[in-house]
Design a protein. Structure first.
Length: 444
């Protein structure tokens, strides 16, 4: 299941994030004119010419960070280069050769890594005449591209594949069905600390500065025969407090992470009240019907201050009642206690959510439920339930055919949902129930 790693390296604002997005065909890294937007290593799987590799975006070499995180960013760049099989040394053809380009070239020479020089922003032929000076870097003939206008990308992919190490026997060539686990929550809840604790390494920057994480960071993990992807996300805050476009797009990425994950780890700081922002995150999870782990972080500090577990659980149920089914794990990401349990629970939720039930078994439960309790009359009419079937998983989706869907109100939907949960072991995952009109037919 291994993949070669290709790191995109260069000074700020040469278009590294644009290049990642263009080659991946998706908005993965945030692109903004502000220098230093990318801080962590942002990865995406790329498939081309029967090869698969991980493409990694990095922060700008020589970044000046407004929150004094330069050393952290530099550590992430160094880690990306150290773990890379190939480096895309990216320069800006329109700006020409700069001292920071020379600095980057020298650092890459010291690393000993195989390097491809990529001249970005060659938007038309007139910029090709400016490329001669880049030969001074000693990094070979530049590959000319424009990430913004998708010029030269196919040729670049061909060159990358030519320079990849020989295919290993266990290289994954196909789209994977790895479980995706998104860590979401408000600012400073400890999401990046939790990701690093799961990985056992400092994969993303951890800082007391609010908003340190900007992009959603996907990290693939293989452990004990299990492969999964953990997605670190930017902290959520109230919309009216977003300072700039970077924070806005960070929040958009966080919401998108919930959409593309199978299990959301909803991280809550035990030392703070469950806030309106937490409720907004809960709404995202509920809207997408994602399986969810309520992860109560910094529990060591809460216990030390006398917080009772049972009392907190009751408090949590009053604040987030619609997530009543979600399992709760009390942990300390900083101390790395009960961290592995998060992964185990996530896999169990994924298993529950992927369960399929036969139509005959579904109808046995529906028949009994209908006999015990019928829907209330509405507009002088009685609801009749004919039969049902499961039509999907993740989440389990049941379509129930009735005489008139409007006669089956939300309270009865919840009643049937609870009966299905009890009967089929869906106790900890969301269900989807749809009522559809159908001509009468006996329950099987």
């Amino acid at each position: 299941m291994t993949r070669p790693s290709v790191a995109i390296v260069g000074r700020p604002n040469v278009g590294k994030s644009s290049l990642l997005n263009a080659l991946a065909g998706a908005r993965i890294s945030i692109v903004d004119p502000t220098p230093g937007v990318t801080r962590d290593r942002i990865g995406a799987d790329i498939r081309h010419a029967e090869r698969c590799f991980e493409l990694v975006d990095t922060g700008g070499i020589g970044i000046v960070d407004r929150h004094d995180l330069e050393s952290h960013v530099e550590m992430q760049i160094n880690a990306a280069v150290a773990g890379a099989d190939l480096v895309l040394f990216t320069v800006d053809a329109q700006d020409g050769l700069t001292p920071l380009d020379r600095r980057a070239a020298e650092a890459l020479r010291r690393s000993g890594k195989e390097t491809i020089l990529v001249a970005n922003k060659v938007d038309d032929e007139r910029f090709e005449g400016f490329l001669g000076e880049f030969h001074k870097l000693g990094s070979g003939e530049p590959v000319c591209i424009s990430a913004k206008f998708n010029i030269g990308l196919a040729e670049l992919l061909d060159v990358i594949v030519e320079h990849l190490p020989e295919r290993r026997d266990d290289e994954d060539l196909h789209a994977t069905d790895d479980l995706k686990i998104a860590i979401v929550g408000q600012r400073n809840a400890g999401k990046s600390t939790l990701l690093n604790a799961i990985l056992g390494e400092d994969r993303v920057i951890v800082s007391d500065v609010p908003g340190t994480t900007r992009d959603s960071v996907d990290v693939r993990v293989e452990r004990d025969g299990r492969a999964f992807v953990v997605i670190d996300t930017a902290g959520v805050r109230k919309a009216n407090r977003l300072a700039d476009s970077i924070e806005f797009y960070s929040q958009v990425r966080s919401r998108e992470a919930v959409e593309r994950c199978q299990v959301a780890v909803f991280l809550i700081d035990a030392g703070k009240e469950v806030s309106q922002v937490d409720k907004e995150v809960a709404d995202w999870i509920l809207e997408r019907r994602r399986a969810c782990v309520l992860a109560i972080n910094k529990w060591d500090l809460a216990e030390a201050s006398g917080v009772d577990t049972d009392a907190y659980l009751k408090y949590l149920e009053t604040r987030l009642p619609l997530l009543h089914y979600a399992p709760v794990v009390f942990l300390s990401a900083k101390e790395r206690t009960r961290v592995e349990e998060i992964v185990d629970v996530a896999f169990d939720l994924h298993r529950q959510s992927g369960t399929r039930i036969s139509t005959a078994d579904v109808n046995k439960v529906l028949r009994k439920a209908f006999e015990v309790r019928k829907p209330s009359r509405y507009e002088g009419k009685s609801g009749k339930l004919f039969y049902g079937t499961q039509v999907g998983t993740h989440p389990p989706w049941f379509v129930i055919f009735v005489n008139e869907p409007k006669l089956f109100r939300d309270d009865y939907r919840r009643y049937l949902e609870n009966r299905l949960r009890e009967a089929f072991g869906f106790s900890e995952v969301p269900l989807r129930i749809s009522f559809r009109a159908r001509a009468p037919m006996e329950l099987e």
